[in-house]
Design a protein around this ligand. Sequence first.
Ligand code: SAM
Length: 503
Amino acid sequence: MNKLYLGDNLDILRKIKDESVDLICANPPFNTGIDNKEYISVFSTKNESSTHTCTWDEKAEDARVGIKERSESCKIYKALNEYLSGYDMLLSNAMTGNKGAMRAYLTFMGPRLVEMHRILTETGSMYMHCDPNISHYIKVLMDAIWNHDNRKESNSFKNEIVWYYRSPSSASKKYRRMHDIILFYTKTEDYAFTTPKPIYENELFRRYTVKDTIGRKPDRMQDDKEKYKRIRTRTDDAFLRDVWDDIGILSPMVAERLGYPTQKPSLLYTRMIETSSKEGDVVLDPFCGGGTTLDAAQALNRKWIGIDSSIIALDVTERRLKDRYNLKQSDYEIVGFPKNFEEVRELASQETKHNILAYWAATRLNLMPSKNVDKKSDIALWALRDEKRSDVRFVAEFKAGKPSPDQVRPLLEYIENDTTDIVILMTLEPVTSEMQEIAGEIEKFKYKGLTFPRLQFWQITDKFFKDPESIYDKLKIPGKLRVKPTKKSDRRFPDIQFDSSTK
Ligand SMILES: C[S@@+](CC[C@H](N)C(=O)[O-])C[C@H]1O[C@@H](n2cnc3c(N)ncnc32)[C@H](O)[C@@H]1O
């Protein structure tokens, strides 16, 4: 059964059986600092994000010690330990600055790559999508792990693929970066490899012509549908070379975009999966983000496993699977998300999991992290996942234990200093009448001719799991949760087909 895991991929990879995955497509965070900050502040729940570090800290030190310990009894960890010892010297045991960050990053990636190698089948392959700042470090790391036993004459490394794209960014006093690196490794010489298929011109254009279900205006090409219906194959052989220049980045307006900051084009992952696996094979993405790999795997009839430590990422992924394939939570195994009230309670009982719960609850309310996060005060601002109403600012807080007026007072400040329009306090028990009174006294929020209470309460109960719409028995917010799957014709992007008869 297909699986979606919320959590640190190291813990989850360690539970996956040896040689049980046919293809791994990984696109980890890039150690740019920006990536890290982004996930910590908005796109990940604070407690779990501690898994990826950009500084040489106690956690990195512990991870390093862990590797040393494992290296005493395990050959592959021995190879990793030797590699890292080399870098310890090369990076002069750096603890700070860029060098410290690189050491921490490699210490983070190392054990994960060891586990990925272990779970790959003998005929399996792996694509490692990274940026040119780290690709050379990762390549040597993968060489050490993939060739640790020197049992083969040949090299597991197959290609360094340059994904070339037109980037809108500018650079001063250096050349503009317009590519990512994708390292292609196989476990043995006996691996699946089907010559990749060309991308038809209509594939590229169709992505611009499908109406986006979240209401975002599609590209103006929408009006020109007929023009782009014609089907033409690119005449060159971009798809056969190790420079892929026939797949562009997702422009901000493209309908395929789901709002996940590091989302990659599905055509890119479709190519990897089509080339390096067969129908029914298991494809794993241990850093699955907005679910690009899983989407492509589903379209191509592969089984899939996705892991991400960010609940926001998995929220996007879930919606994507629902919109594209009408897949519900019961159609795949989902681990780490609460599935009933008991599991909500269980998370609430663990102090370190409160953020997960708060983020889970906010995403159930059809909210997504807003761009205007107030970094100074550390409150997350949310917006409705609805273009037409995304200007309404929310603060969504979860409080465990018995609700009390003391929990409300600090929240009122957000309203008083106009940081937010609506505050939602999520609880497990009913709120007190005094809390209701406080809420009733606050002037209402006026929006598009309607009024909404500025302080509202959502008591999470089992009823919600049976009937998500019941959320609106009490809550009054300008946009409603979309619970019904969209019609196939309204789905965000077209089914990807590479049908040679359309040539
Ligand atoms: C570059 S993004 C992947 C984007 C993805 N390819 C897509 O198209 O949406 C990297 C992802 O790794 C996740 N991540 C970072 N550290 C992780 C960890 N230790 N375990 C699982 N996921 C992690 C982040 O939350 C982020 O979603």
